[in-house]
Design a protein around this ligand. Sequence first.
Ligand SMILES: O=P(O)(O)OC[C@H]1O[C@H](O)[C@H](O)[C@@H](O)[C@@H]1O
Length: 523
Amino acid sequence: MTYKNLDSSSAFKQLQAMPASNLKHVLNPARIKTYHAKAGGGLTYHYGAMPIAEEHLNVLQQLSEELSLTEKYQAVVDGQVMNTGEKRLVLHHLSRGQVGKPVSADGEDKGAFYQAQLQKIERFSSQVRSGAILGSTGKKFSTVVQIGIGGSDLGPRALYLALKGWCASKEIELIDAQFISNVDPDDAQAVLNNLDLESTLFILVSKSGTTLETLTNRDLVIQAIEASGIRGIDPAKHMVAVTSKTSPLATSSSVLESFFIDDYIGGRYSSTSAVGAVVLSLSFGFDVFNSLLDGAHEADVLALNPNIKENAALLDALLGVYLRNVLLYPTTAILPYSQALSRFPAHLQQLDMESNGKHVNRDGLSISYPTGPVIFGEPGTNGQHSFYQLLHQGTDIVPLQFIGFSESQYHKDIVVEGSTSQEKLSANLVAQIVAFALGKDDVKPNKQFTGNRPSSLLSARQLDPQALGALLAHYENKVMFQGFIWNLNSFDQEGVQLGKVLATKVLDGCKGDEVLKAFSELL
Ligand SMILES: O=P(O)(O)OC[C@H]1O[C@H](O)[C@H](O)[C@@H](O)[C@@H]1O
C-alpha cells in the first residue's frame, strides 16, 4: 500500500494537464441519466453537473488505484492504526456493522463491545419509554436533554431534527429532545426555562470526560435541579452519562446509568455510537436508530468497491479533490432541500473541516497543496433568498452539494396554483442546478449569469432512517477518502488545542501574558 503526497502522483499530474469540461456545453439529458451511482439507503449520487468527462473519470480511477484508496479503507475497517497522530485504530464503521476482519484491541473484541453497548441502550431506552424507569419523584420521562459539544452535539442534534418529522408521521411516540452545548449560560438557561425537571432526563455526553463546556453545563443543570425546591428530586436519578471507560466521568456514581464509547471512535464520527444511540433511541425508540445503522452500514459496504463509478463516496471524494486541487476552488456549500436537514451542514462543517483542515501530512511533513475546503450551508429554498446571489454571480466559484427528496416526511401538503409545496421545493432544486450550470446571457451585465458552476446531487425518495444513515456515512467516507488523497491523518484535531490552553491561562489571570491580559480586559 502506497502512502504519498498528492503532488507526487502521476495521475494527478495528468489531471492537472487536462482542460475541465465546460458545463454549458456538456450538460444534457443523456449525461444526467448516465452520471449517477448508488450511495446506499435508497440514496443516489448524481454527478452530471460536474465539469468532467469520461477522460477525467478514467484518470480519477487511476488516481484512486495509484493512491490505494480502497485498500486504505480496508485497512481502517480491518483495525490497523490509521490515526497516526494519536496512534489509534479508527473504528466508527464497526459501530454499525462489520465491514472488515474482526477487530481486537485492549484485550477485547471491539465489535462485541459496541454491540453490548447497543443492547444496553436498547434495554434502557425501552424501559424509559415504557415508564419502567421513572424520574425520582415518580413521573414518566417526557423530555431528554443532551449536554455535549462538538461531535457530542452536532451529529446527534442534526440526526434528531432530521428524523423527528418522519417519526411523527409514522405515529411513533416521541420523547422530545433538546440540546445544551455552548458554555454561554444563556444556552442552558433558554432550555431550562421550558423544562419540567421532574420528567426530564439529562444525557451527559463527553468522550474525554474533560470538556470544559460540557462539565460546566452539567454543574449548571445539577444546581438548577437542586435549587428547584421540588421535594424529593434527586439529580443523579435524572442524568445518564455517555463517555469512554478511561474518562473521569466513567466512575461517577452520580448518574442513573453509564454507556460507553472508546478512543477508537472520533467525536465527529461518533453519531452511530452510544453518543447518538442514547438520545435517538430514547426519543424515537431503538428500532428507528437501528434502521439508521443499517443505512450507514450499507453505504460503508458500497464504499469498498474499487470501481469509482460504483462507489459514490469515493467518486464524490475524487471529484471534490478535482475541484479543490485542479480548479482551486476554496469552499463547498452543502444545500439540503429539506428543512429537516437544517443542522446537517453544521455537522458536516465539523466532520470535514476538523478532519481535513490540516497543513502537514500523516508523517508530520509540510504539504504544498490545498487540503480541506471551507464548508458552509443552509437548507433551500431559504438560502436562495440569502447567499445564492454570490453563488450565482460572485467572483469565486463555489462547488455545490445539493441534497433532495421527492416526498416530504409528513405527507401533508397543499396545492397552490397547480403544484404542491413539495413539487415547488423540488422544482427549485432542479432549476438551481441548471441555472448554475448553464447560466444566462443578457445585454445588461448585472443580469448576466456566467454559468459553468458545478454541483452534485444526493437524492432519495424520502428522508427516512435508512436514507439518513447512508447520507451520514456517505460524507464520513467521502471525508476519509479525501484525507487519504491528501495524505493526511483525518482522525486527530490538534488545531483546536491552542485556544483551549490560552482560555485556561486567561481564566488563571493570564500569568505574565500581556497580550492575553489586554484582550481579556475588554470583556
Ligand atoms: O466528547 P468530548 O470529549 O467532550 O469532545 C467534544 C469535542 O471537543 C473537542 O474540542 C474536539 O475538537 C471535538 O472533536 C470533540 O467532538
